[in-house]
Design a binder for this molecule. Sequence first.
Ligand code: NAI
Ligand code: OAA
Length: 331
Amino acid sequence: MNPASEPRFCANGQRQPRVAVIGAGKVGSTLAQRVAEKNLADVVLLDIVEGWPQGIALDLMQARGLEGHDRTIIGTNDYADTADCDVVVITAGRPRTPGMDRSDLIKTNASIVVNAAKEAIAQSPNAIFIVVTNPLDVMTYLAWEATGLPQQRVMGMAGVLDSSRLQAFIAMELGVSMQDVETLVLGNHGKQMIPLARYCTVKGVPLPQMTDAETIERLIDRTRHGGSEIVGLMQRGGAYFAPASSIYVMVESILCDRSRVVSAAAYLQGEYGIEGLFLGVPCQLGREGVKTVIELPLEATEQQAFIDSAATVRQNIETAQTLLAGNSQDG
Ligand SMILES: NC(=O)C1=CN([C@@H]2O[C@H](COP(=O)(O)OP(=O)(O)OC[C@H]3O[C@@H](n4cnc5c(N)ncnc54)[C@H](O)[C@@H]3O)[C@@H](O)[C@H]2O)C=CC1
Ligand SMILES: O=C([O-])CC(=O)C(=O)O
């Protein structure tokens, strides 16, 4: 264990908040930067590639004076260095390339996420887990199973990002400030996500009163393909700035017990007619994780879309579990 990675204490004896980021790729390293530079928490950045997280951590430490914060960032390949973290964020695993669906990553990412979740929970038994690796809703379920945690302490990040994309597209289309646009996207993180135009507003005015149905459908379609649009443009990997900002919002609401209402993949126990799956729904995040799932009245078509979205996730979980069972028999 790296001695520098032990929890730090304030003069009043309070422990500094600590966030473990598993996977120091584009999303993980950008998140580490956000968490440290916004002075939210110390960060332990872990990756399987030797030297890589250590290099990023050193680079971020060298920017500390310039950015004016006093958080420590440690890079490591050893889970022991992640001990006693308050929040664990799993971003380890492959991103997709153009032409791939997120579900094409199941085979590669399932064992990476299960292993990361088991290693991390062994070091930080009191942590809240946020899963980011794709396919998001499936990986969140696998991580929950692997940790054995109560469901409210595990969640997936996608709805904040999808809602933020719709917010950006509406603001850009209408020429209004992003600040005045509120959006809501439910369901899985894929083509079947459910952007709810009825619940989108511009300074309190429902979106359907601000623009025509054709425009709304175009913005919704762009949101559904928001990740693919960036993967197609970048050609190597996908989005990471907005994803890191989205994770940050969740981490901050948890660490500061802000009770922010965000869309996140939360475990459903009958809400929206779904049992035993993680899916994107509005929920309140605080110190204990998902405080409440907010159940909105849905129209029949929206409810059906939610059920279809859930069916895809359930099927993909079964695929992942079969692959994992095969791996354990081989190994
Ligand atoms: N939920 C969401 O809204 C979003 C999800 N993603 C997903 O997040 C994941 C990461 O994306 P990027 O950071 O762009 O990819 P990346 O390729 O830049 O980084 C992934 C990192 O994971 C590391 N890694 C691989 N196996 C590992 C293991 N066993 N233990 C620890 N680290 C390991 C790699 O060495 C690499 O540094 C992808 O699956 C991507 O699809 C990305 C953006 C948004
Ligand atoms: O599109 C991807 O593969 C990454 C992701 O989930 C997103 O940016 O929404």
